[in-house]
Design a protein around this ligand. Structure first.
Ligand code: GLY
Length: 371
């Protein structure tokens, strides 16, 4: 295993442990380098809990287990939230992971309930789960975010763990809608696609956090790549696999020499970076390599992760983990800061790479774990 990989995992778990010792609510994004915390976990609480469980698996310390348990418990009531397309992000890294580690049935039941709450938002006329309902005074109930793909693995998992089998139909209908509308001929994806919520008719591609409707918001490319890869793995669909490969081709052709995505692939040279896009994309590439055995995916993922380690790690003894992330540039939020989702997928990808390397050296036969 590369020394940098061992060092990166160790430094990341040090930072997560240091933050766990400080206690408190759910870290979300930073402002001026300091975490902004949320009391209910908004859409990102699952990532922090996921980091705590991942850290616990690696270190087995009481402080990490206690913090993971305390915050998993605090997320459980959110399972009933029926106006939230991010319940997969909220419940897979936290409750599903916590259930696997502890066997606590309350976590299992909450994750299954969250899956039903997510599926209840499905619009059958359009074949999609909308990104938002009302946002300010505007109706966004016909707006479908590429990010939502990442939430569908919760539904697939739930159908294997006591949920209604209909949830699988929601997965395929939403994913096929994204395939038909979000993905463009060059393999990149729209951040948002708008539909008429009443009859489901497609209207046009759009963006919320990207540079322009037709540009390629870099984190959105990462969500699409990782989302389609996981769904291909979980459902066996060759269409999702092909979609993930097309996104990977786009990223390969547009990633700058330094290996860290700009906040939008169409942004001008020297624009701020989004390290979170790098982490999510690298994780998706490892998942894609698992499915295809195509070495170029693993080589690119390794290059991206090493670039994040060498150029985007924050100061050694201070959380957060990655700097140079951009949450939402058009709305002036978290520009060149840190995000809890970037940190989560960084550790997730590092651990996945470590598992792959161990397997290649013959020390384990385990598969890389789902999100
Ligand atoms: N899912 C929202 C974001 O990536 O900012």
């Amino acid at each position: 295993m590369g020394d940098w990989l061992k060092d990166a995992i160790s430094a990341t778990v040090d930072k997560v442990s240091a933050q766990a010792r400080r206690g408190g609510d759910f870290p979300h994004i930073t402002e001026h380098g300091k975490w902004v915390f949320t009391s209910d976990g908004v859409w990102t609480g699952g990532f922090w809990v996921g980091l705590l469980w991942l850290g616990y698996e690696l270190r087995k310390t009481d402080e990490l287990r206690e913090a993971a348990t305390r915050l998993t418990e605090r997320l459980l009531p959110r399972a009933a939230d029926k106006v939230n397309h991010d319940l997969g992000f909220m419940f897979y890294p936290s409750a599903v992971k916590g259930w696997r580690i502890t066997g606590n049935k309350r976590y299992l039941h909450a994750a299954v309930e969250a899956a039903h709450s997510l599926a209840s938002q499905f619009n059958p006329a359009g074949g999609f789960i909308p990104g938002w309902g009302f946002f300010g005074s505007e109706d966004w109930s016909g707006s479908v975010l590429i990010d939502t793909l990442m939430n569908l693995p919760l539904l697939v998992w739930a159908t294997n763990n006591g949920a209604d089998a209909q949830l699988l139909d929601v997965v395929h209908r939403h994913a096929r809608t994204a395939l038909a509308n979000h993905q463009r001929p060059d393999g990149s994806v729209y951040h948002v696609f708008r539909f008429d919520p009443a009859n489901g008719n497609p209207i046009s591609g759009d963006t919320y956090q990207g540079l322009a409707a037709a540009s390629a918001w870099s984190r959105g490319q990462g969500w699409a790549l990782a989302g389609f890869s996981m769904l291909a793995d979980m459902t066996g669909s060759p269409d999702y696999l092909a979609a993930a490969q097309r996104v990977a081709g786009y990223v390969r052709n547009h990633l700058p020499e330094d290996g860290v995505p700009p906040w939008d692939y169409a942004a001008e040279r020297g624009a701020v970076k989004d390290s979170s896009a790098g982490a999510i994309t690298a994780y998706g590439l490892i998942r894609l390599w698992e499915l295809t055995g195509d070495a170029e995916h693993l080589v690119l993922a390794t290059r991206m992760l090493e670039a994040l380690y060498r150029t985007c790690m924050g100061d050694s003894d201070i959380a957060p983990v990655l700097v140079h992330a951009t949450a939402d540039l058009p709305h002036g939020l978290g520009i060149d800061e840190s995000t809890i989702y970037g940190d989560y997928y960084f550790l997730k990808a590092l651990v996945a790479l470590q598992e792959v390397e161990s397997r290649q050296y013959g020390t384990t036969l385990s598969r890389v774990e789902q999100a």
